[in-house]
Each structure stands twice: as structure tokens, then as C-alpha cells.
Design a protein around this ligand. Sequence first.
Ligand code: ADP
Ligand code: ADP
Length: 237
Amino acid sequence: MIQFVDVTKTYTNGTTALNHVNLTFEQGEFVAVIGLSGAGKSTLIRCINRIHDITSGTIIVDKVDVAGLRGQHIRQFRRRIGMIFQSFNLVTRTTVINNVLVSFVPGLPIWRKVTGIFRREHKIKALEALDKVGILDKAFVRVDQLSGGQQQRVALARTLAQNPDIILADEPIASLDPVTARVVMDDFKRINKEMNISVIMNIHHVEIALEYADRIIGIRKGEVVFDGITSQVTQEI
Ligand code: ADP
Ligand code: ADP
């Protein structure tokens, strides 16, 4: 469903972060992208939803060339693709449920959205999303009262509330301790398997990648150096 055809990304300062990358992702896969810091993992993920524009080549998502999307079409496209960051990107001075409810308010900056008045049906959907990641009991707690792992689960619930086909996760467990990291990874795995949502995740913990992902993509200096099912991974990458 996602296809990279000869994709190169060179930033305006001259750094080539992706160098002639060819890849295909199928619906429902759990893919871990691994590699050293600076290898190009984050760039790879962020080109899919057009946070960055590529320099040459083509990225196709469900037969649509994403480079051609404009305005309203790009917003609709991004609603199908959830994004999870290392830093959670929540508004911490308000409640958990308000942070999830922002998924239903298109087009405002996030700090404006959390002060909005929300519809009852959206509140119900937000509570359902929180239930899916096991933190329904925290719905009316302020985000700054939660642990890092709980905050990442709020971010995951916010993404689920937009009903995505794909979740892109950029180092989602990098700031969590090992025990909490596994709790969050269990959520990703469950969402992937039970809801058939594709997960494409950058992760520098190789052992955790091997434990959870179905497929591993190894990136080095902007090039794909490994692409295979998890059981084929050997020491070299
Ligand atoms: P571009 O417009 O080239 O796609 P961005 O708008 O993403 O790039 O970033 C703008 C500028 O931010 C870059 O040209 C660079 O100077 C700086 N920058 C941001 N992140 C990094 C990074 N990880 N390494 C080096 N420079 C960075
Ligand atoms: P990773 O996620 O594997 O750490 P990145 O995709 O963040 O790698 O970075 C790949 C290369 O591109 C690095 O050399 C990084 O410094 C550079 N880079 C990343 N973002 C920018 C940017 N906005 N502007 C310029 N260079 C960048």
C-alpha cells in the first residue's frame, strides 16, 4: 500500500538523508526501521506523510502519488496516517480526554483545540480510544500528572481516535524506561494485530524491534541495507 520508488531526500543544507530508496509496505505489517543515529530513519518516516518533501523519486500511498496532494487533500490524507513522536506532543496542562478530542477538530493549532467545546459522540469515541490503550481511568486527569508511558498511550489513543490505516511512530519508546517501553510496545502490537492498522516504527533498541516487529528494515547512510522478516536478521546489521 506504500511504495517508495527511487526516493532521494537531500535537505537544503546539502545533507542527503535518503539515497535512492526502493521499498514496499503492505497493509497490516508491523515494520521496525533500525539504524544508527543519523542513518535516515526519521526522514524516511516523515516523507510518507509529507512532513518533508522528497527531492526525487516517488512515494505512492494506495495508488496516489503523495507529492501531488495539495491543501484539503493533504489534510484528508494525513488523517488516515497517525503519527507518534518520541516527545508525545500533548498539551500537558489539560485533561487526557481533551487531548484525544483534538482528533475531531480539524484545522486549528493544537493549543486552541483543547479549549474547544466537544460533541457527545466525540467524547464517547475518545473514551473508547482510551479504553483500547488501557488508560480509560485517566480520562479526566491532567496530562502532567501522568508518567511518560501513560502519556505515550494518550498520544496513541489520540491517533486511534482518527481511525487511521497506518501509524508512523518516530522513536516512540526512546524516552521511556525498559519496562514502560514494553507496555507501550504491547499496545502497538495489539493495535496492529487486532485492528489491522499498519505500524511503521523507527526504533534504535534492536532487541525490542526483533521482539515485536514482523519485518525489519535496516538503514545506513540513507540506504536500505537490510529488508526481511524478523527471523532472518543476523548479527551483521
Ligand atoms: P528542508 O526545507 O530542507 O526540507 P526543514 O524545513 O525540515 O528542511 O529544516 C529546515 C532547516 O532546519 C534545515 O535546513 C537545517 O538547517 C535545520 N535542521 C533541522 N533539523 C536538523 C538536523 N537534524 N540536522 C541538521 N539540520 C537540521
Ligand atoms: P535518524 O532518524 O536515523 O537519526 P534522520 O533522518 O534524522 O536520521 O537524519 C538523517 C540525516 O539528515 C542526518 O545527517 C541529519 O543530520 C540530517 N537531517 C535531518 N533532518 C534535517 C533537516 N531538517 N535539515 C538538514 N539535515 C537534516
